[in-house]
Design a protein around this ligand. Structure first.
Ligand code: PHE
Ligand code: ZN
Length: 881
């Protein structure tokens, strides 16, 4: 029925390339519509390949202009060419040089893969398979080459010309108005790390001296006039470099490191060797345009891309099934960096919130896949929370299991033994096995099957024996009936009525960690003087769901006394979730929420001013999607929303005086210069969390307070927090505030994105119509991924009541957008589609509506492989998961 039946690629079918490409010399003559690329490829048969095999170079939408082999043009019978491949059925059985000329139209490239133009700037995006849109190539990560790139362009249009590696030569071509630059990258790399940039850009720079004493010229390039917004990113580059030397002993390896910000980009950023290209959202920051969250994201993503230089570039992936090898590891590294730069507990809570919001639902739905998938139809659909975030959790568990010292030594070994190669997950684990002498084959199971494990636990205190025992049982929903148990590190401690029970002991607990590696186990802890409350999975030591019956009083004991910050926060979250889920099942009691409010009150009195960032997280209730994930089936998003709103209102009422007092105590004296540091951000976060509860309890007073904050705010964080609060309170004040905000920021695309997003997230009837209206707004553009994500992405992924509207209007809106976008930019269309990933968990009416929207999409002729794959898997009609 479907015309575009995706071809499935399987891990088990991997074999080495029949040919290798040692050197690549590219000559790129940039032109808006008629760019010419000449590629000279030094090719040889791969000794590990099949002798005499044909040479099949990948292409995508390419037009061949000329082709020769060792300087001789090829007879038509000696090759076959199509936009998607260039084949030499009988290539020479010795090293040879193939010279290929192709012609590109970068202006017409709306997929933003390969060479394209963003606001007039020429740039490239090659991961995962975009290089084949530039020239015919063996576009697979285990083919690694040394690149020399000559870039030529009209000097007035593109005064800046950047490539991978180090600059070697530049000059004018007299009498033509054109100029050129030559770049050479001495490090062998796969084609996905290739990049070039040509354009009119401002430059902000500094010098970094590496631990081995080499000077590196650092530069961040941004749109003309925005140089003053690049300082924070540049500073983050310097801190990342110093941190990777200090923490992992990794130094940078070229003379220059360049970051370029572009406004049209499919993802967050890209780690091209020596030339990182960024979505400008993750570079540009000023107090008036960026929030604290934006600053934190810039710091994290700058670090992430920089850290790829070792985890991804120096050691790359053998094939795309190994994507987590670079992504999970690099996310782990950037998380550690941010934790060192900020507050570790606060950062860890943020990591877990992201994991639960994005990865848990993915793992429980039709798009679930192993951290290392076994097959795919479209690799671009596997840049997922599972590969990234769960991949990072696996690395974190490995460190917990073997200890910090062995972990660092294993990392050193991994880098040393695999430097300059394309590696696998097995190579990674082997380094730690060699270092520790342990067998990690059972641990490796974490990579193999989808699904979030569950651990059911019950505790029993024996006062006579002074022992406390924990009966543990793991199950693996979604992993298949043949799945073995996984190795689960459980960091734990016991808490008494007055604090930690430090004398408790068990020979099976090492450095605070017990390892559950069977289906069932019983852990007995001795020397337990009083009935304890267990603090389990401290720091969220494993990405699992935990079922343990514990009453609110016990949880609130943890909130008060646990030494583990994560579990203090988790305790409050669990109580709040139980209250809200109880309410929507009609089991709520006012006494429950009163007791919770009282506990929060004492918590705020004791700790709010000492750690405002942490207190802000404690005050932020589990999100609607967290609750949906807890409930698991027959979901009614309106009921969840109502229950959450109600608890916010109750807490706001009970805590009103304290919340106002906190807001006053935390107010910044007028004229305080803005600082994005974690402590200042934490104070703003708590003030704004207080505002949220105040407004829930008293909409009229809250609206006035939010509106006043919008007007008095000296930075974007507070202004946007005011607007977000007001967005939940229908009325003229809100609409006037939206209008004024748009007027103030008409010329600030990244700020307008926030304006689009806030409106798309309004949990009210009428938002579907509002979003449709905003799609007609002069500032809306389907060609800009940030804009589409801001408006339609926020609606689909962050507005549960309206996306899941009972009459199906929300699904229709997103389906219409997906279909309108698919031809121009299938990757972004496919991303939007992932919002349907939880459709089976809805109650029957909404489920039916979602299913017909999915079927309508899938039945549309000419659909991209990207959208076909997601729609097919969402409906359970494909084998590619
Ligand atoms: N490799 C990039 C990162 O994780 C993500 C990316 C993938 C960017 C594909 C563009 C295209 O940092
Ligand atoms: Zn990455």
């Amino acid at each position: 029925m479907r015309t575009d039946t995706p071809q499935t690629v399987r891990l088990e079918d991997y074999r080495p390339s029949d040919h290798l490409i040692d050197r690549v010399e590219l000559d790129v003559r940039l032109d808006p519509h008629d760019t010419r690329v000449t590629a000279r490829l030094a090719i040889r048969p791969n000794p590990a390949g099949r002798p005499g095999a044909p040479l099949v170079l990948d292409g995508d939408d390419l037009r061949l202009l000329a082709l020769d082999l060792d300087g001789q043009s090829l007879a038509p019978a000696a090759f076959r060419v199509a936009p998607s491949a260039l084949t030499l059925p009988e290539p020479p059985q010795r090293p040879f040089t193939l010279t290929i000329e192709t012609r590109l139209d970068p202006t017409a490239n709306t997929k933003l893969m390969g060479l394209y133009r963003s606001n007039g700037v020429y740039c490239t995006q090659c991961e995962a398979d975009g290089f084949r849109r530039i020239t015919y190539f063996l576009d697979r990560p285990d083919v690694m080459s040394i690149y020399t790139t000559r870039i030529e362009a009209e000097e007035a249009a593109a005064p800046v010309l950047l490539g991978n590696g180090n600059p070697v030569e530049a000059g004018r071509i007299e009498g033509t108005g054109r100029h050129f630059a030559v770049w050479h990258d001495p490090h062998p790399k796969p084609a996905y790390l290739f990049a070039l940039v040509g354009g009119r850009l401002d430059r902000v720079s500094s010098t970094f001296t590496t631990m081995d004493g080499r000077a590196v010229e650092l530069a961040v390039y941004v749109e003309p006039g925005k140089g003053d917004r690049a300082a924070y990113a540049l500073d983050a580059v310097e801190r990342s470099m110093a941190w990777d030397e200090r923490t992992f002993g990794r130094a940078y390896d070229l003379d220059v490191f360049n970051v370029v910000a572009v406004s049209d980009f499919n993802m967050g950023a890209m780690e091209n060797k020596g030339l990182n290209i960024f979505n400008d959202k993750y570079v540009l920051a000023s107090p008036d345009t960026a929030t604290d969250a934006d600053y934190a994201a810039i710091e994290a993503i700058i670090a992430h891309e920089y850290f790829h230089n070792w985890s991804g570039n120096r050691v790359t992936c053998r094939d795309w099934f190994q994507l987590c090898l670079k992504e999970g590891l690099t996310v782990f590294r950037d998380q550690e960096f941010s934790s060192d730069m900020r507050s570790r507990d606060v950062h860890r809570i943020g990591e877990v919130r992201t994991l639960r919001a994005r990865q848990f639902p993915e793992d429980a739905g039709p798009l679930a896949h192993p951290v290392r998938p076994k097959r795919y139809a479209e690799i671009n659909n596997f840049y997922t929370a599972t590969v990234y975030e769960k991949g990072a959790e696996i690395v974190r568990m490995l460190r917990t299991l073997i200890g910090e010292r062995a972990f660092r030594a294993g990392m050193d070994r991994y880098f040393a033994e695999n430097d300059g190669t394309a590696a696998t997950v097995e190579d990674f684990l082997r380094a730690f096995e060699a270092e520790t002498g342990r067998d990690l084959s059972r641990f490796a199971e974490w990579y193999e099957r989808p699904g979030t494990p569950r651990v059911a636990i019950s505790g029993h205190y024996d006062a006579g024996a002074q022992t406390y025992s924990l009966a543990l049982r793991q199950t693996r929903p979604g992993a298949g009936s043949d799945a073995p148990p996984v190795v689960i590190p459980i960091r734990l401690g016991l808490i008494g009525q007055d604090g930690p029970l430090d004398d408790a002991r068990s020979p099976r607990v090492t450095d605070g960690v017990f390892v559950l590696d069977r289906w069932d186990d019983v852990l007995t802890i001795e020397n337990v003087a009083t009935a304890p409350v267990p603090s389990l999975f401290r720091g969220f030591s494993a990405p699992v769901r935990v079922d343990m019956a514990m009453d609110d009083t016990e949880r609130l004991t943890l909130l008060r006394h646990d030494t583990d910050g994560f579990n203090r926060w988790e305790a409050a979250q669990r109580v709040a979730a139980r209250l809200m889920i109880g309410a929507l099942r009609g089991e709520a009691t006012a006494a429950g929420s009163d007791a919770f409010a009282a506990a929060l009150g004492s918590f705020l009195d004791a700790r709010a001013l000492a750690d405002p960032a942490f207190a802000a997280l404690v005050l932020s209730l589990p999100s609607e999607s967290d609750l949906a994930d807890d409930i698991g089936s027959e979901i009614d998003p309106d009921a969840i929303h109502a229950a959450r709103y109600d608890l916010r209102a109750r807490l706001g009422t009970a805590l009103t005086d304290r919340l106002h007092a906190l807001r006053d105590a935390l107010a910044e004296p007028a004229g305080t210069p803005f600082s994005p540091d974690a402590a200042s951000a934490g104070r703003r976060a708590l003030r704004n969390a207080a505002l949220d509860l105040i407004a829930a309890a008293d909409p009229t007073g809250g609206a006035a307070c939010a509106d006043a904050q919008i007007h008095s705010a000296g930075n974007m964080t507070d202004r946007l927090a005011g607007l977000s609060t007001l967005a939940l309170l229908p009325g003229e004040t809100r609409e006037a505030a939206f209008a004024a905000f748009a007027e103030r920021y008409v010329d600030e695309p990244l700020v307008l994105d926030k304006w689009f997003a806030i409106q798309a997230m309004i949990p009210e009837d009428g938002t579907v119509e509002r979003v449709r209206r905003l799609q007609e707004h002069p500032a809306f553009a389907m060609t800009n991924p940030n804009r589409v994500r801001a408006l339609v992405g926020s609606f689909a992924l962050a507005n549960p009541t309206q996306f899941n509207r009972r009459d199906g209007a929300g699904f229709t809106l997103v389906a219409d957008t997906v279909l309108a976008l698919d031809r121009a930019n299938p990757q972004i269309a496919a991303r939007l589609m992932t919002a349907f990933g939880s459709w089976r968990r809805l109650e029957p009416v909404r489920r039916g509506m979602a299913e017909s929207a999915l079927r309508r999409i899938l039945a549309t002729p000419g659909l991209s492989r990207d959208v076909t794959d997601i729609a097919g898997r969402s409906l359970g009609e494909s084998v590619t998961a």
